[in-house]
Ligand binder design. Structure first.
Ligand code: ZN
Length: 264
């Protein structure tokens, strides 16, 4: 029963996250007006706003004007539902599970905004960072000290990558006549700190390593498929989010395994 409720909550919040993903980068309010079709402005009827199901019943089109509804909408709802159930399975019941759900919600919204608009809005990442630190005071969570260490590790990683790029890699690329835009933007800094605040130090290191690995793999695939042209900007936020999920669900296991490996 609890599982069904957690999944349902995820589906419904996923629907709200779709509104956030659409409106946040446009500077619009996420509260008002109620959900409407961006083309014909008609309000979405409650029975057409059922997560995942409505998209299939409407065959992915607005009931009024027939404008296609991107597959992102049911995908985000389904993904959020699955991630919520995974959080409950891994951490629940308790504060740590609720904290993990808040975290995956922030990851979903920020990653998709970055994917679509190549920005990570401060008006979401900064309150998210504050929430990551603030909720670390709750009983049974990682604690504020570890949250601060994690946030510092995330911020240091972005600063170090930026310096590495600016002073070492970019001049080398320029020398060989390769025009590559910068890999990380200013929005990655608070986002990485947010991830660190939620995960704590050990899982953050796992998350950062996993985000670099996933970025390299996807970058190579895109290059091989001819999808990434010279100087094209691939946002790093989605990879940070993928790494963060690895850190959240497998961070402590991977860190324990690695430390055991180091000790022989
Ligand atoms: Zn419409």
């Amino acid at each position: 029963m609890t599982w069904a409720l957690v999944g349902l909550l995820g589906l419904m919040l996923g629907s709200f996250f779709n509104v956030c993903i659409h409106r946040l980068p446009r500077g619009q309010s996420i509260i008002t007006p109620p959900s409407h079709c961006p083309r014909c402005r008609r309000r979405i009827r409650p029975w057409d706003n059922i997560p995942v199901l409505s998209w299939f019943l409407l065959r992915g089109r607005c009931r009024d004007c027939g404008k296609p509804i991107p597959v992102r909408y049911p995908a985000v709802e389904l993904l959020t539902g699955l991630l919520f159930v995974a959080c409950w399975a891994r951490f629940g019941p308790g504060w740590e599970a609720l904290r993990a759900m808040l975290f995956v919600g922030l990851l979903v919204v920020l990653a998709l905004v970055d994917l679509e608009h190549t920005i990570l809005p401060f008006r979401l990442s900064l309150p998210g960072l504050a929430a990551g630190l603030g909720t670390a005071f709750l009983p049974g969570t990682i604690g504020i000290a570890d949250a601060l260490w994690g946030a510092a590790a995330g911020a240091a990683f972005v600063l170090a990558s930026w310096a590495l790029w600016r002073f070492l890699l970019a001049p080398v690329f320029r020398r060989f006549g390769v025009d590559q835009r910068e890999g990380m933007g200013g929005g990655d800094l608070p986002f990485a700190a947010l991830i660190g605040a939620f995960l704590g130090s050990a899982a953050t290191l796992v998350a950062l390593a996993a985000s670099v690995a996933s970025g390299v793999v996807v970058g190579l695939i895109l290059r091989h498929a001819g999808r990434s042209g010279k100087g094209q900007h691939i946002p790093f936020g989605p990879f940070l989010a993928i790494g963060a999920l690895v850190g959240l669900f497998f961070g402590s296991a991977i860190a324990a395994w690695y430390l055991g490996y180091l000790r022989g």
